[in-house]
Design a protein around this ligand. Structure first.
Ligand code: GRF
Length: 214
């Protein structure tokens, strides 16, 4: 039996970090297909996500954007940490900032984001509130590659979540989180195994090349 390759991941988070926690738990259980969370990056030095990382014994890099003249300056600092930890993939899980040219230049096609709606519906902030305000019967979860836009990159996976008439923000968020905690790890495993990748703006999947050319 050949041992699977270890693939180093960085998770970026600004808030509670329940999705980070899920990845940390699966990593500990050896259930990330060889993926390992080696670094957690946050723009909110007091956030719960950083506590979770420290509790799991994972390296952290916290920064306050106001301490830097501009985005390229703090992203260069992040990039140095990513290289130090030999990070191959970046997972944005509740990171409340647009990724800029420095990180996209170095990690283009290797950054994914988790978003609580069926994109392109409800991009940007408070997608759950947007769905409730719009009165839709269904919203969902998207995992996509990151480009320079706000939640505009090529979609890797989506899963719908029904909105019930008596749902409020809290109940809908709970349903969405339950799906996220399953969908994000499954995408991470596919990336780590090399089953999904980006070519230009096209999401490629192993095994689909042949059927597309038929
Ligand atoms: C998730 O709902 C994710 O879709 C969005 O931010 C939220 C992060 O939740 N981008 P948590 O911090 O992982 O609990």
């Amino acid at each position: 039996m050949t041992a699977s390759r270890t693939v180093n991941l960085a998770v970026f988070a600004s808030g509670s970090g329940s999705n980070l926690q899920r990845l940390l738990d699966l990593d500990r259980e050896g259930d990330l297909a060889g993926g390992r969370v080696v670094l957690v990056v946050s723009d909110k030095p007091d956030c719960r996500a950083l506590e979770r990382a420290r509790q799991a014994g994972v390296a952290t890099f916290a920064f306050n954007p106001k301490d830097y003249p501009d985005k390229p300056a703090y992203e260069r600092e992040i990039l140095a940490r990513l290289r130090e930890h030999h990070v191959e993939w970046i997972v944005l899980a509740g990171y409340m900032r647009l990724v800029g040219e420095v990180l996209l230049g170095a990690y283009g096609g290797r950054i994914i984001n988790l978003h609580p709606s069926l994109l392109p519906q409800f991009p940007g902030k408070d997608a759950i509130g947007q769905a409730l305000a719009a009165g839709v019967r269904e919203t969902g979860v998207t995992v996509h590659f990151v480009d320079e836009g706000m939640d505009t990159g090529p979609v890797i996976a989506q899963e719908p979540v029904p909105v019930d008439p008596d749902d409020d923000h809290e109940s809908l968020a709970a349903k969405i989180h339950a799906v996220e905690h399953r969908l994000l790890p499954s995408v991470v495993r596919s990336l780590v195994r090399g089953e999904v990748w980006l070519e230009g703006r096209r999401v490629c999947r192993r095994g689909e090349e042949r059927s597309e050319s038929l």
